[in-house]
Ligand binder design. Sequence first.
Ligand code: SAM
Ligand code: SF4
Ligand code: SF4
Length: 377
Amino acid sequence: MRPDFTVMTERIVRPVPHRIIPIADARRDRALPAAGGHHAGSDGPVDTLGRHLHDLRISVTDRCNFRCTYCMPKDVFDKNYQFLPHKDLLSFEEIERVARIFIGLGTQKIRITGGEPLLRRNVERLIEMLARIDDRIDITLTTNGSLLARKAQSLFDAGLKRVTVSLDSLDDPTFQAMNDAEFPVERVLQGIEAAAAVGLRPIKINAVVKRGVNDHTIVPMARHFKGSGHIVRFIEFMDVGASNGWRMDDVVPSAEVVRQINEKMPLAPIDPSYEGEVAARWWYQDGSGEIGVISSVTQAFCSTCTRLRLSTEGKLYTCLFASSGYDFRSLLRGGATDAEIAAQVAAVWRGRGDRYSEIRTAATAGLRKIEMSYIGG
Ligand code: SAM
Ligand code: SF4
Ligand code: SF4
């Protein structure tokens, strides 16, 4: 069967100019909407574009031991950068309470992220608390893999089901230029092996592709993991935050990634494994596995976006590109009941009309944007 590249047609996107927005300013709050009731037993709230609330991404720290140039560039996230003080972070008990409320509203999937989530002390205890709420909930974690070899077993024992590991290239100089922390490929590979060995499978491997930086290592990356059971997902470099100097010229469209791999190892498209899956899936025609491409720039998937993000300090963001969030920590610490908080979450979701990636044009250029390390990738 020949691959159908028509589904990968590239969209012309006008570049969003680079604009630095003071972090404190970008973290300002949105007023909470008037909350109606939420009726237990319904299928959960539906937003203004007909999307259900199915996924919650929880950022457990805004800190990271890497300085990936596309996420936390060193010149901004330097030694003077003000990370959140510990008292501002949601406690594990507060996170568990929020998770329970979300599950009551129909959330089926929880992803722990950051920053680097394995830097949050005792994050295994949080996983254990979340896993105990409802064993049908899909709990996953995204990590840069630096501490995974050490923590894979305890994470699995705590109830983590799967893990996504970020690894942008197998070529050491290329990878180290991207992580900007002199971190070698080998140690991430050891983390991936350890995770697979304890049963955190299948492993997804995220690779952000940047033009002229790691696009020459796409095929070797795909080849290395072909047949391993792990799924490499190539992600288009996105204009998240205000510090990574994003330019459209740096984006390698997913169609090009698929074309490069297909030339060497023939591919064919397959259906998403569930509604709202962000990656478009392609399998190797020889049956030796699959890859994914996440085309947030050239093939936006806002119409099926079912995600809410909870930042490290307890703000809810309805979109990765939101310019402000709703302060739920004040509700959690201010004596609101679970029912009141559920009603507020439902009201926020019902008012949601975000579709940033679909409308990414000069018209959205002036928007303040939150850094991904803070909001949770
Ligand atoms: N530190 C963990 C990690 O790197 O896996 C979790 C947080 S990180 C923000 C989550 C994901 O976002 C990673 O896979 C990372 O590669 C991706 N990411 C960060 N900045 C990005 C950007 N500008 N464009 C596309 N993906 C990005
Ligand atoms: Fe850290 Fe992940 Fe961002 Fe890289 S992508 S700087 S590892 S939070
Ligand atoms: Fe969802 Fe916003 Fe990304 Fe669109 S741009 S897919 S609404 S997070």
